[in-house]
Design a protein around this ligand. Structure first.
Ligand SMILES: [Zn+2]
Length: 319
C-alpha cells in the first residue's frame, strides 16, 4: 500500500513537526516541503539530519538516481520545477486555461489543459516515484501545504492520496507570526550546529487574520463536501501536541492505515526538505503553547474573534 499524505493548512500551525512525527514511523518517510526539491537539494542549507544538503549522503544518492533516471546533468536540477506557477502568471490566455484547469480539478477531473502545469505535475510524480521505487516505504509525507498543487496531484494519483487538514487556533497563529524573531540553524566552520536568531519582517495582523480565515474556511468546506472520510482527516494542532499517539491512532483507524503509533520517535533519522528549524531541533513533541492567552494584544484578539469567531467554533475552539 503506497500513499502520499498531504498536510494542508496555514503557516505557523506546526506542520514541520507533524510531518517529522508522521515520517518517524517504520515504512513512512517525511519529504517536508518537497516542492522546493530542486532549489534546496543543490544548496548549502541544512537537511533535517543536520548535514548540508550538498553533503548529505541520502540526498547525494537520491540526486544521482534522479539524474540517471531523468537523463539530466546534476546542474540541471535547479531548473526542475515542482511548484505550480503563481495563479495568473503569463497573460490572459494562460489565466483562462489556469482557471479552467483549477475548476476541472476541483470537480475531480485530472484533465490538465495547460502544458506547463502538466509538466510540473509529471515532475512531482516523478519525485514521488523516486522515493517509492524499490523501497519499503508505504507512506510519503508531503508538507508543502500548497493546496492547488495537492489538488492537481490528488486527481492524478487517484486513490493513492490522503489529505490532512492541520488547524491551529488562529489566535496562537497570529501570536506566532507577530514574534519579533525566528530561529535558523546552520553549521559553523567546525561543522557544529548553531542556532541563530533573526529579526522577522513586521507582519500585519489584519492580513494574517484574513489569510487564516480564508484558507481554513475553504478547507473546511472542501473537506466536508468533496472528500471522503476514508481519504481525509482533520488534525487540530493542540490535540496532536497534547496527545500525539492518541491522535495518530484515531487517524490511522479512520483512514485504514497501518501506523504503529508506539514507534513514534522524533530522534529517528530523517531527511526533510525545507520547513522551520524544528525539522532538525525537535526531538520530542511539546505540549501545546497557550502563551497567546496572555501575550496577544487585546485589540488584535478581539478583531480576530469578531472576524473568525464562527470558524473557531466550527473547529471546537472556545471563543
Ligand atoms: Zn540528510
Amino acid at each position: 500500500m503506497k500513499k502520499i499524505i498531504f498536510i494542508l493548512g496555514s503557516g505557523h500551525s506546526g506542520s514541520t513537526v507533524l510531518d517529522k512525527a508522521l515520517g518517524s514511523f517504520p515504512r513512512s518517510h517525511s519529504l517536508g516541503e518537497i516542492f522546493f526539491f530542486s532549489r534546496i537539494i543543490t544548496s548549502d542549507t541544512l537537511c533535517s539530519c543536520g548535514k548540508k544538503y550538498s553533503h548529505c549522503p541520502f540526498w547525494k544518492t537520491k540526486r544521482k538516481l534522479f539524474c540517471t533516471k531523468h537523463s539530466i546533468k546534476e546542474e540541471s536540477i535547479k531548473k526542475f520545477r515542482m511548484h505550480l506557477l503563481p495563479f495568473g502568471e503569463g497573460g490572459i490566455f494562460y489565466r483562462l486555461l489556469d482557471t479552467i484547469d483549477l475548476t476541472l480539478n476541483l470537480l475531480g477531473f485530472s484533465i490538465l489543459l495547460n502544458n506547463e502545469n502538466k509538466k510540473i505535475i509529471k515532475n512531482n510524480i516523478f519525485v514521488f516515484d523516486l522515493f517509492q521505487h524499490e523501497t519499503q516505504i508505504d507512506y510519503l509525507i508531503d508538507s508543502s501545504k500548497n493546496f492547488r498543487r495537492a489538488l492537481f496531484l490528488k486527481n492524478k494519483l487517484k486513490n493513492k492520496s490522503i489529505f490532512l487538514h492541520l488547524i491551529r487556533d488562529g489566535r496562537a497563529v497570529i501570536f506566532s507570526y507577530l514574534k519579533k524573531t525566528y530561529k535558523v540553524i546552520s553549521t559553523d566552520e567546525a561543522g557544529e550546529l548553531q542556532t541563530r536568531e533573526y529579526k522577522r519582517k513586521e507582519s500585519n495582523p489584519h492580513t494574517i487574520i484574513k489569510n487564516w480565515k480564508r484558507l481554513n474556511t475553504f478547507l473546511y468546506y472542501y473537506f466536508k463536501y468533496f472528500l471522503s472520510p476514508k481519504s481525509s482527516y482533520l488534525i487540530r494542532h493542540e490535540d496532536f501536541a497534547a496527545t500525539p499517539q492518541k491522535t495518530f491512532q484515531k487517524m490511522s483507524d479512520q483512514l485504514g492505515l497501518q501506523l504503529n503509533v508506539d514507534a513514534l520517535d522524533l530522534t529517528t533519522e530523517s531527511h526533510m526538505v525545507g520547513g522551520n528549524s524544528s525539522r532538525i531541533n525537535a526531538k520530542n513533541i511539546h505540549a501545546p503553547s497557550y502563551k497567546w492567552k496572555t501575550g496577544l494584544e487585546k485589540g488584535i484578539r478581539q478583531n480576530f474573534e469578531k472576524a473568525a469567531g464562527n470558524l473557531l467554533s466550527k473547529f471546537n475552539y472556545p471563543v
